[in-house]
Design a protein around this ligand. Structure first.
Ligand SMILES: NC(=O)c1ccc[n+]([C@@H]2O[C@H](COP(=O)([O-])OP(=O)(O)OC[C@H]3O[C@@H](n4cnc5c(N)ncnc54)[C@H](OP(=O)(O)O)[C@@H]3O)[C@@H](O)[C@H]2O)c1
Length: 123
């Protein structure tokens, strides 16, 4: 985890500025969540997506918002996830698919990564 991210998460915590971690920031639930949370002028958003360029193209207003920090990578990356949930008031897990894809376990895998990151944070 980079020192600067640790520092900034701590600053938000100290100032009682709520930080919300959104997984994933693209499409229906993620975008709607971020737009609603941004109505709170104190809210800071850590927005995970697997493709930052796609997010910027789909939601330029979110990508350019100073209170929205975008984290890009794999949902299997525990250390990356730990970075954007650190100091968060709440984690919103919306990584899934609306399509009926047999055997799709992306939501479960994301939940497992969240639990691993929370266990690391507790140590
Ligand atoms: N839409 C609704 O009104 C609604 C209401 C209640 C509950 N839900 C539930 O909420 C969940 C999400 O629904 P949604 O409508 O928001 O779906 P969606 O628009 O299809 O969004 C799914 C999100 O998951 C991400 N994702 C999928 N596979 C991924 C992977 N392998 N790695 C990383 N990210 C991945 C997608 O990222 P990419 O953009 O990179 O593909 C996208 O951000 C579903 O379980 C749905 O049933 C939806």
């Amino acid at each position: 985890m980079s020192q600067s991210r640790q520092d900034s998460a701590w600053v938000y915590f100290e100032k009682n500025m709520p930080t919300y971690a959104i997984l994933s920031a693209t499409w229906n639930c993620g975008t709607a969540l971020i737009e609603n949370l941004c109505r709170d002028p104190e809210a800071m958003i850590n927005a995970y997506c697997r493709n930052g360029k796609k997010l910027a193209a789909a939601s330029p207003q979110l990508a350019s918002n100073d209170r929205v920090k975008i984290f890009e990578g794999s949902i299997d990356d525990v250390d990356l996830l730990l970075e954007y949930i650190n100091g968060a008031t709440a984690i919103f897990h919306a990584v899934s698919t609306n399509a009926n894809v047999p055997g799709c376990d992306v939501g479960q895998k994301t939940a497992e990564t969240i639990v691993k990151a929370l266990e690391k944070l507790k140590r």
